[in-house]
Write a new protein. Structure first.
Length: 208
């Protein structure tokens, strides 16, 4: 470009549109896009009335699931799912189908077993570096219930420690539960991470 053309391109009349990522980071020109203009993409649960005993069963399942993850009891954790169960972490909160859209996680029981095998392998060096997690699960809402199915919403925070590095993940769970042989099992677990689009120094190794 000629010097005159460069000056014209850099003139105040030229506006470069900003692009905002799901993590909230803005590229190029943050002043051109206010966050208040973006539509809300969050999910607002609607609670239904259920008896205290059922609510306690659901809470215990979610708390137990978190404890299994923190204790790396992945075999027991996978057993919380039905044979057709799926663990799904969409890449954006707008996704609706784990089969048709690119996701961070989209694992049936077979893929869970494959991941567990990698995590437990003696040469899984990422797991040997003093790696551990701590989950907090709360704001549990039962949204729908039949005698054999439940739809449950909750929020979570997870702290991950690897050597001297700490990472935090937060977001919401949505569990589709089915009653099998007197116990509630996970048919689908959806994990919407608030910081799912953030940049990480290394990839997520295990389930969140």
């Amino acid at each position: 470009m000629q010097p005159k053309e460069v000056k014209e391109a850099l003139g105040t009349g030229v506006v470069i549109e900003a692009i905002q990522s799901m993590s909230g980071a803005e590229s190029i020109a943050p002043d051109h896009m206010g966050r208040g203009r973006l539509p809300s993409q969050g999910y607002i649960p609607k609670a239904i009335a259920v008896d205290a005993a059922l609510r306690r069963q659901v809470e215990e399942l979610l708390f137990h699931q978190a404890a299994l993850l923190d204790n790396k009891a992945w075999g027991e954790w996978t057993e919380l799912f039905t044979e057709e169960g799926v663990y799904w972490m969409p890449s954006t909160p707008l996704q609706t189908d784990w089969r048709r859209e690119a996701s961070i996680f989209a694992e049936d029981r077979l893929l869970m077993e494959v991941r567990m095998g990698r995590l437990l392998h003696p040469n899984a060096w990422s797991q040997a570096a003093q790696w551990g997690t701590n989950h907090l699960v709360g704001n549990i809402v039962i949204e729908a219930a039949t005698p054999t199915t439940l739809e449950v919403y909750s929020r979570f925070q997870m702290m991950e420690m690897r050597r001297d590095q700490v990472r935090h993940f937060g977001g919401s769970y949505r569990h589709s539960l089915v009653l099998q042989e007197g116990a509630w099992k996970i048919q689908l677990q959806r994990v919407d991470m608030t910081n799912g689009q953030a940049a990480y120094d290394y990839v997520i190794q295990a389930w969140v």
